[in-house]
Design a protein around this ligand. Structure first.
Ligand SMILES: [Zn+2]
Ligand SMILES: [Zn+2]
Length: 285
């Protein structure tokens, strides 16, 4: 992968970097890493999170993520993606502080159902974005981020999976209806409507290929799903983590290809009750 003796170049400024510093995750020089750290600190201040120690690793591939491991908070931010992604990852810590519930940042338990985890995460993301967007300045970054994704939604790649597209639908139905500013919504109205219709059409078609008749999506199920999602408006500012996890449960209950028992078990696993969190941490001592 690396050619010895030839210096590697910083992906942002083109400056030579010694091979020893060119890591598997980052392809930036010290100066550019420092710049991203500064930006993170600025956004952290804006979100009133400057009392927390949050490490940042700029990465060149993969999705941005946030995590808490052994009490250490870390964001891996893909510096090739829009700035809002960095603000969003910080927002995971903001929601976790607001609700006093660390499972809105934690990585999933290894034995959980990945699909249910990812759907849950898309919904949590909406609560995060709501809180982030209480700060006026963040709207500018947010709408740029939405626009950058919008074109992909109107032109879904063939290899996309049902799960990916449904995650997108959950997130952007709420985004378009309850998060984007009215003035932006008016400007983008046609495109937004078309994008959601496209996500729906793709998901229904995929579910017909993948599932038996009684587990498929259809327009009626989407209507039901939209009704459930619309109660976001009433609870979006909650600081009660259970209000959020219950909302997730009720939204996902409308999906006919997820069984009720599996869903209940998985929600309990991914979002344990707070007193269970205490129990398990005292066992660790
Ligand atoms: Zn550089
Ligand atoms: Zn997120």
């Amino acid at each position: 992968m690396f050619s010895y003796g030839i210096p590697q170049k910083c992906e942002k400024c083109g400056y030579d970097i010694p091979l020893s510093q060119y890591t598997l995750k980052t392809r930036l020089c010290d100066k550019c890493i420092e710049k991203i750290k500064k930006e993170k600190e600025e956004f952290q201040k804006i979100l009133s999170l400057d009392n927390l120690v949050i490490n940042i690793i700029p990465i060149y591939g993969d999705e941005s993520t946030s995590s808490i491991e052994n009490g250490i908070r870390t964001i891996e931010y893909n510096y090739n993606h829009p700035k809002y992604e960095l603000i969003h990852e910080l927002g995971h810590f903001l929601l976790s502080e607001k609700t006093q519930y660390s499972y809105f940042v934690l990585q999933p338990p290894s034995n959980c159902n990945e699909e249910i985890f990812l759907y849950s995460n898309s919904i949590i993301d909406c609560f995060i974005d709501f809180n982030n967007l209480k700060i006026e300045d963040n709207h500018l970054y947010y709408i740029k981020y939405v626009k950058s994704i919008l074109s992909g939604m109107n032109n879904i790649p063939k290899q996309a999976t049902l799960s990916e597209i449904m995650q997108g639908f959950l997130k952007f139905f709420i985004s378009f209806n309850y998060l984007i500013k009215n003035e932006d919504k008016e400007k983008l109205q046609e495109k937004l409507k078309m994008a959601l219709e496209e996500l729906k059409r793709f998901s229904i078609d995929q579910s017909i290929i993948m599932y038996p008749k009684d587990q498929r999506l259809n327009q009626k199920i989407f209507q039901n799903l939209e009704v459930k999602l619309s109660s976001f408006e009433d609870i979006k500012d909650t600081s009660n983590y259970q209000t959020i996890t219950k909302f997730i449960y009720h939204v996902l209950r409308t999906m006919p290809f997820i069984s009720e028992i599996l869903l209940g078990d998985q929600i309990d696993l991914i979002f344990p009750l707070k007193n269970q969190e205490f129990l398990s941490s005292s066992f660790l001592l």
